[in-house]
Write a protein that binds this ligand. Structure first.
Ligand code: SF4
Length: 401
């Protein structure tokens, strides 16, 4: 069993990179402003990537950078210099989806590991062998493999294998979709996906509308949640478990990373799979991050209509996240909290953080910045004092139970 399996988390900006690492990720992946899918949304200048590398190193963690656009001729300008800079500032690996970029990386920045993006839809050993000969170090499997295929490939592959365990799925074959290109002229394979599959559409048959205003059609997929498959992946020596979601919030990253960290560590300590009850506990923990419906993607076999959200886009942010700990006075047992959602006296909350696992407490008092007792904290970003009997740390997160 691979007890040291890597937990790989997404980072949309430096704050989220640090959160993911603090909450237990062994590595983060992020995209710079060029050469990456999601480049439009990237907040990473080179200095930020360098800072992420420095921070990761202090935790023994790693930074992977997505260089995963499908480059047209003009897109390759400046790539050599960019890769050399990434190598110099301490990036561990680049994630690529182009044989041209693999070849350039091997030539100009040989210390960078090359990880083959899921966009390349790798589903068999012959393809892995082919990429090995090009100098690829790791393959991120296509999300369209079922769990038996993942196990077979991980056990027989000459390269290390990375598999997705959580996050958004493309309703089309990953990376082979032109919906966004058609609808918005934004190229999904050059960083511009507008998520057109999740829009709401009017449906017509023979010129007559068959959809209803209150339930327009969308073709969004449910998110992947692979809690039930982590043991199989560890047992078959998958090298890395990947969470999707570079656009997700800091709270989402903390919740999902923390939960999978606990799950991996519990399986590693036990050396076998967990009981149905424990797996149900972890599925419930994950659902606290966001209330977008989840399914097991392709791992349980071909998806059915049950894994899709035909009538709704399914997006929904939970309001369970109520605040972040800024400081804790151990003598007075008082936490200074930055408020993020409404909470009130008598609410049942819980704290989770890098060193604390869902510790419950009841709100006995809320004291505002003027030292006055209030019943409700309802001003976003307001700082309030709340008594908590056990020790908490700055940047721990507080949510509703
Ligand atoms: S439009 Fe939807 S299916 Fe197509 S690439 Fe974007 S997220 Fe994937």
């Amino acid at each position: 069993m691979n007890k040291k399996i890597e937990l790989l988390a997404p980072a949309g900006d430096l704050e989220r990179a640090k959160t993911a690492i603090r909450f237990g990720a062994d590595a983060v992946y992020l995209g710079g402003k060029r050469f990456s899918l999601r480049s439009r949304a990237s907040n990473f200048e080179i200095e930020d990537i360098a800072e992420a590398c420095k921070f990761a190193k202090s935790y023994g963690a790693h930074v992977h950078v997505t260089v995963n656009m499908i480059p047209h001729e003009e897109d390759l300008e400046g790539i050599e210099e960019y890769l050399q800079i990434l190598e110099k500032i301490g990036v561990t690996a680049i994630i690529v989806a182009s044989v041209a970029i693999i070849e350039i990386a091997k030539k100009v920045a040989p210390k960078l590991e090359v990880h083959l993006s899921t966009q390349m839809s790798t589903t068999n050993l012959a393809a892995i062998e082919f990429y090995k000969n090009l100098g690829v170090d790791r393959v991120v499997l296509a999300r369209e493999c079922n769990i038996d295929q993942v196990k077979y490939l991980a056990q027989n592959s000459p390269l290390s294998i990375e598999a997705f365990i959580h996050g958004g799925m493309c309703v089309n074959y990953s990376g082979r979709c032109t919906l966004s290109n058609q609808m918005t002229f934004r190229d999904a394979n050059r960083g511009g996906c507008a998520q057109s599959c999740r829009w709401k559409y009017h449906l017509y048959k023979d010129g007559k509308e068959i959809s209803h205003e209150d339930c327009l059609f969308s073709m969004s997929s449910k998110d992947l949640m692979a809690v039930d498959y982590v043991y199989d992946m560890m047992e078959s020596n998958v090298a890395s478990l990947k969470i999707e979601g570079r656009m997700k919030t800091n709270y989402y990253i903390a919740s999902v990373v923390k939960t999978y960290r606990m799950l991996i560590d519990e399986i590693a300590a036990k050396g076998s799979n967990l009981s149905a009850e424990r797996l149900a506990y972890y599925r419930k923990e994950i659902s606290k991050a966001e209330n977008r419906p989840c399914a097991d993607g392709f791992y349980g076999g071909l998806p059915t209509h049950k894994t899709h959200l035909y009538g709704v886009n399914g997006a929904g942010v939970t309001h369970d996240f109520v605040g972040i700990v800024l400081a804790y006075d151990e003598t007075k047992k008082l936490a200074r909290i930055q408020s993020r959602n409404v909470f009130k006296v008598d609410d049942e909350l819980e704290v989770f953080g890098p060193h604390i696992n869902n510790e419950p407490f009841k709100v006995k008092r809320i004291i505002d910045q003027d030292g006055i007792d209030i019943n409700v904290s309802n001003r976003p970003m307001a700082e309030v004092l709340v008594p908590i009997d056990f020790k908490v740390e700055p940047l721990d997160m507080i949510r509703r139970r």
